[in-house]
Ligand binder design. Structure first.
Ligand SMILES: O=C(O)CCC(=O)C(=O)O
Length: 280
């Protein structure tokens, strides 16, 4: 669909069969264990519908070097009780499983990531952020249009998103959509910490929306890796279908790039590592 050779032009490259069935089985086992370990009681107050914006913000801002669980909006009722089973309730798990969970860390060092990072021209990738994105049947919400550089800013720009379909991803169950070539459009916003460091703000440079034409659905089979340039606009629609759409993303930055202290994601006690130096 989009070749690595054309990554500079399109800002997206698709690598079918990037992972073996053993790689995927190992990853699924790690996800099952992480879901088993999840105690919803621990996050009920954070995600309850009462005004918990401070607790929610703190939970998010301190997740950069941890394993943290994030719920779908409709997972809790007005009394803060879980109304879905705990796996269905999960929107995502983030943001440092690639360093602190042995199963996910092993998956992140597999050939599929190493080869595709080389193929898109990364010189010395450091693993910054990982997310298990559930997009569960019927409840999985949308991920609105964004670029990864907006959230994982470096000077110069260097982040690349490596997105892996763990289930087949189709328009029906909420596959990724991208705007090929859209990475040439200057980035429109930067998400960062406020000067106090305990809250975030979106600094908008350009209010003009991205073009509405030219978007393509990236329908791919399980085991496919999609590499996304850091300034490539992309999104995914809600999963209204009855089919699961589990995915995993690993975001890497160049070791030589400057990583600002004002970025939302900070890892005060966990130095960044490359593919060859597991951090656990
Ligand atoms: O998996 C998705 O639905 C969206 C993921 C995404 O946009 C990202 O990881 O940057």
């Amino acid at each position: 669909m989009f070749n690595a050779a054309d990554f500079a032009d399109n800002g997206v490259a698709v690598f079918p069969d990037a992972f073996s069935s053993d790689d995927l089985a190992g990853f699924r086992a790690a996800v099952d264990r992480l879901v088993d370990e999840f105690d919803p009681a621990g996050v009920r107050t954070v995600f309850s519908t009462d005004d918990q914006s401070h607790a929610r913000s703190e939970y998010f801002l301190t997740s950069g070097d941890k394993v943290r669980y994030f719920l779908e909006d409709e997972a809790l009722d007005a009394d803060g009780e879980l109304v879905l089973n705990k796996r269905q309730a999960l929107n995502k798990i983030g943001h440092a499983m690639h360093d602190v969970d042995p199963g996910v860390a092993t998956f992140c060092r597999s050939e599929g990531f190493v080869r595709s990072a080389e193929a898109v021209g990364m010189a010395d990738p450091h693993l910054l952020q990982s997310m298990i994105i559930f997009k569960n049947p019927q409840v999985g919400g949308e991920v609105s249009v964004h670029t990864d550089h907006t959230f994982l800013w470096t000077e110069p720009q260097s982040v690349i998103g490596f997105w892996v379909a763990i289930d087949d991803a189709t328009v029906d169950n909420g596959c990724l959509w991208a705007l090929p070539g859209g990475h040439h459009i200057p980035v429109k916003a930067r998400f960062q910490r406020t000067p106090e460091g305990d809250a975030t703000k979106m600094v908008v440079f350009d209010e003009e929306p991205y073009p509405s034409q030219g978007w393509v659905p990236l329908e791919v089979d399980a085991g496919t890796l999609i590499a996304l340039h850091g300034t490539l606009p992309h999104y995914s629609a809600p999963n209204h279908s009855t089919k699961p759409r589990l995915a995993f993303t690993l975001h890497c930055i160049e070791a030589a790039a400057d990583y600002p202290a004002t970025n939302w994601l900070q890892r005060p006690n966990l130095p960044l590592a490359g593919f060859s130096s597991p951090n656990f």
